[in-house]
Design a protein around this ligand. Structure first.
Ligand code: ATP
Ligand code: MG
Length: 348
């Protein structure tokens, strides 16, 4: 059955980079029997300029109807002074929230051709290929009660609540185990079970879910140690699963091991593997409209879309191999360019 993809280019370099991903999807429709229909719509500042809101209700409805959403990026100087309620980023948050995208998958893959761009020594990162699975709609980011209150002595006190229910942990654990099954069957669950009860329970639930995946080798690690191990010996990891805040921090840390932000894809999935796919970087207004941006993070996000939402793992692999070939040929946009390589534009 034909699957539908909603394309939301957004702002800044968004339209340039999504156009390149769309070219590749169209090519796969032509040559590989990819059965999709694509429709484009507005999000972010681009939507605000037309509708006065960063995401029109009609666009939200299209996102609900679609099998997957491919997004560029939102935001830019032009909209920075707007009221917070209509800022471009609100469009993105609404999509994540209303689509129920609780699983954020962020691969940190080092292409061997870019080893010198990593912050770590080549021998430590060579062959690095980690998938971080971050819970995106729970944990301390959303727990109640929260706020800042004034105590009797007049002092202010800030407080947040770190909560996870068993079902929330279970569903993210399943996503992680399923990803591990498709990869090297190794999973590290990251918690702070020695100090925080919520993560003590997290660990127990992950252990329970593990029984359904006997082939997967499971390890538990405290978050402080995981942060250290990521820069000491990152290749010990394959899939990592963790809560919202630990995942936020660890995935940014891991991304820096791979060189440029222009190479990093992401997927945010709901219970039925419906998802939104976007590069990890922002709208890069400083280089927008110059045909200079690196489109690979978006193209890799389209590959993730084929893998997770469109049932075409074969085509995801095909895209990833094609990117490797392009890098082998020494073709680089400015952000990943180095001596001896050929600088190319976004569209090239
Ligand atoms: P956001 O807050 O939306 O996450 P940001 O403002 O922190 O984003 P980006 O928009 O990601 O940051 O840009 C950070 C820097 O990285 C900029 O100098 C930008 O030009 C550069 N950059 C981001 N994406 C790309 C890309 N695809 N290709 C080349 N350079 C990029
Ligand atoms: Mg930005």
């Amino acid at each position: 059955m034909t699957k539908s993809v909603l394309i939301l280019p957004g702002d800044g370099i968004g339209p340039e980079i999504t156009a390149e991903a769309v070219k590749i999807l169209n090519k796969l429709v032509e040559t590989d029997g990819l059965d999709i229909s694509m429709e484009e719509d507005l999000v972010g500042g681009a939507a605000y300029d037309v509708h006065g809101v960063p995401l029109a209700d009609a666009t939200m409805e299209k996102a609900h109807q679609a099998d997957a959403v491919l997004l560029g990026a939102v935001g830019g100087y032009k909209w920075e002074s707007l009221d917070i309620s209509v800022r471009p980023e609100k469009g993105l948050l609404r999509l994540r929230k209303e689509m129920g995208l609780f699983a954020n998958l962020r691969p940190a893959v080092l292409y061997p051709q870019l080893a010198s761009a990593s912050t770590l020594k080549p021998e430590i990162v060579a062959g690095l290929d980690i998938l971080i699975v971050r819970e995106l709609t729970g944990g301390i980011y959303f727990g109640q009660p929260r706020g800042i209150r004034v105590l009797d002595n007049g002092e202010r006190q800030g407080y947040n609540t770190y909560v996870y229910s068993e079902s929330e942990v279970k569903r993210i654990a399943h996503v992680a185990f399923q990803a591990a099954m498709k990869r090297n069957k190794k999973l590290t669950s990251v918690d702070k079970a020695n100090v925080l009860e919520v993560t003590e329970m997290w660990r127990e639930v992950v252990e329970e879910v593990a029984k359904e995946y006997p082939e997967v080798e499971v390890k538990h690690m405290y978050v402080d140690n995981a942060a250290m191990q990521l820069v000491l010996n990152p290749k010990q990891f394959d899939v990592m699963v963790t809560g919202n805040m630990f995942g936020d921090i660890l995935s940014d840390e891991a991304s820096m091991l791979t060189g440029s932000i222009g190479m990093l894809a992401s997927a945010s999935l709901d219970e039925n593997n419906k998802g939104m796919y976007e590069p990890s970087h922002g709208s890069a207004p400083d280089i927008a409209g110059q045909n200079k941006a690196n489109p690979l993070a978006t193209i890799l996000s389209a590959a993730m879309m084929l893998r997770y939402s469109l049932g075409r793992e074969d085509l995801a692999v095909k895209i990833e191999e094609a990117i490797s070939k392009v890098l082998d040929q020494g073709l680089r946009t400015g952000d990943i360019w180095s001596e001896g390589c050929t600088q190319v534009t976004c569209s090239e």
